[in-house]
Design a protein around this ligand. Structure first.
Ligand code: HH2
Length: 259
């Protein structure tokens, strides 16, 4: 999954793809570089980010979703807002990528169920505005697992089967560095949920804390190391900014696995 942030303030590429034509060009380039899905978002959910009005979120993403879907590219929509999701699915998007795991608006469940869309259910403790203020877990792997199990069950009850779902432990969403590392080490646990396991580690701050790289755009080596570690533990959907480079690494990783 390649990322296109149509935002002025995303943590690693804010402003780069804010212009609709630039965002469309970026999405096409990511698909050409080997992304199976292009993830289009109009609201940053980085720590401290404030919510964007739905009309503005729609204005940002709908032309991009329509153009990429019109090219036949599978598009996921990175939003917490049901009205934005509905408009983006109408415009040709086919996957809801929701950092609230379809909890921010209960109507999202029935929307996904009724449209036949797929969904990525992401764990987040708290809200972006304050999620990094002293996050706490009894046992981070088990707590996140229990939350996602509950969401998979809520989806099943609404008519969305596990074949349409991916579960994502939400790297960096209300977690300390230690929580993030424990989740990466514990990824195999999430296969028991019977869905695709997804993760987004790309360029994230905690990786920079480990390596000392302060510039998010220079964190590809860190992202790749963590991404390959995740793939080795069963992740099959990797959300990344640097698609071509990740694809090249995957070609080697896949060749080694199949020997
Ligand atoms: N991380 C971000 C946004 N969406 N979706 C999933 N499924 N998993 C993630 O880890 C994830 C996500 C945050 O990264 P980014 O979009 O690059 O930054 P921002 O939120 O600042 O726009």
């Amino acid at each position: 999954m390649g990322v296109v942030n149509v935002t002025p303030d995303s943590f690693s590429d804010g402003g780069d793809w804010f212009d609709p034509d630039a965002a469309i060009g970026r999405g096409r380039a990511l698909a050409a570089a080997g992304a199976d899905i292009v993830d289009v978002g109009g609201e940053s959910t980085r720590p401290g980010a404030v919510e964007v009005e739905e009309a503005e979120e729609c204005r940002r993403i709908l032309p991009v979703v329509a153009a990429l879907a019109g090219d036949g590219i599978p598009v996921s929509v990175d939003t917490r807002h049901v009205r934005v999701l509905r408009a983006a699915l109408d415009a040709g998007g086919s996957i809801a990528n929701d950092v609230s795991a379809l909890t921010a608006d209960p109507a999202s469940l029935s929307l996904v169920a009724g449209t036949g869309a797929s969904a990525v259910l992401v764990h987040m403790q708290g809200r972006p505005e304050s999620m990094q203020d002293d996050p706490h877990y009894e046992d981070v792997v088990e707590d996140v697992f229990a939350f996602l199990a509950g969401r998979v069950e809520a989806c099943r009850a609404a008519g969305i089967g596990p074949e349409r779902l991916a579960v994502d432990p939400g790297y960096g969403f209300g977690k300390t560095l230690e929580h993030n590392l424990a989740l990466l080490r514990g990824l195999e646990r999430f296969q028991a949920l019977g869905c695709t396991v997804a993760i987004g580690v790309s360029r994230k701050a905690s990786l920079g804390r480990l390596s000392g790289e302060a510039d998010p755009k220079r964190r590809f080596p860190e992202s790749l190391a963590a991404g390959l570690f995740a793939l080795d533990r069963g992740v099959r959907l990797l959300r990344v900014h640097d698609v071509g480079e990740t694809r090249r690494a995957l070609a080697v990783w896949q060749a080694l696995r199949h020997v």
